[in-house]
Design a binder for this molecule. Structure first.
Ligand SMILES: Nc1ncnc2c1ncn2[C@@H]1O[C@H](COP(=O)(O)OP(=O)(O)OP(=O)(O)O)[C@@H](O)[C@H]1O
Length: 257
């Protein structure tokens, strides 16, 4: 498994996500919860990795820390070779950082209901400062790529669940992020659509050399993950000690798309 401090195995490649000794606690005294304990890992471009573990094991906290939404309590985090956290945030504008580096896909699509599919995708590009025409073109191309180009003028309520999720993926990919974080992206989809979503994410990981990190309980997609990080009680469990859920094939660390 990549990560666990074995940077040599990946040669000179810079991990898209590099965590060293990341801990996070909430509350204090008797109410203190240690949600992440000394988590170190590397995630490289071109791979789709899963964050697995029982409920309450720290998966969402870890995903939100990587997304620069939740501030860790200590440790060091580099995104795309850029140290963004070293016992404190080093970048003053985390919103801009997220816009530059990260695409986020949620379980439910979270599209803005009063904007069309095309406008939802364009919004990200407008915020990132893309020129108007280039943004329109890119948004339309992405919707085409995700096979919902003909639904560009539809409002989210007029889309099927699978279509809405693809528009949400287009939005997450709009600014060509090198890190794509997905929280239960397939939980609301049937097997066929879940497979399509995972194939899309895999395609994007390969095409853009992006790291895709998926928090999931969804057994349907376990065999589509290149690598598994398993959390238990806030600790990252070494691969050899992680349980092997049914149908879960842990890929070799050398596997690349
Ligand atoms: N904002 C918060 N305040 C206090 N405790 C929190 C907060 N967020 C998470 N926790 C606690 O941190 C621990 C890890 O939570 P987290 O949501 O990261 O787990 P999870 O593995 O994502 O769980 P699930 O699979 O149920 O979503 C849990 O004990 C949770 O109650």
């Amino acid at each position: 498994m990549a990560g666990q401090g074995d940077a040599g195995r990946a040669g000179a490649r810079v991990p898209r996500v590099e965590l060293r000794g990341i801990s996070k606690h909430f509350g204090s005294g008797a109410a203190r919860v240690d949600a992440l304990k000394d988590v170190s890992l590397d995630i490289f471009g071109g791979s789709v990795v899963g964050l697995l573990g029982p409920s309450g094991s720290g998966k969402s906290t870890l995903l939100n820390a990587i997304a620069c939404i939740t501030e860790p309590s200590r440790g060091r985090m580099r995104l795309d070779g850029d140290t963004v956290y070293d016992n404190r945030w080093l970048r003053p504008d985390l919103r801009r950082l997220r816009l530059e580096k990260i695409g986020f896909i949620f379980q439910f699509h979270n599209l803005l209901p009063f904007l069309t599919a095309l406008e939802n995708v364009r919004l990200v590009l407008d915020l990132a400062g893309w020129p108007r025409e280039a943004a329109r073109q890119r948004a339309a191309e992405l919707l085409d790529y995700l096979q919902v180009g003909d639904r560009g003028q539809a409002l989210p309520a007029q889309l099927s669940g699978g279509q809405a999720q693809r528009v949400a993926i287009a939005r997450a990919l709009a600014n060509q992020p090198r890190i794509i974080l997905a929280d239960e992206p397939t939980a609301a989809l049937d097997s066929e659509r879940a497979g399509i979503v995972m194939d899309l994410l895999r395609g994007v990981a390969r095409k853009n050399d992006a790291a895709v990190v998926v928090v999931t309980h969804d057994e349907k997609i376990f065999d589509r993950l290149d690598e598994i990080f398993y959390l238990r009680d806030g600790w990252l469990v070494p691969p050899e000690a992680a349980p092997t859920p049914p149908r879960l094939a842990i890929a070799s660390s050398d596997m690349r798309l």
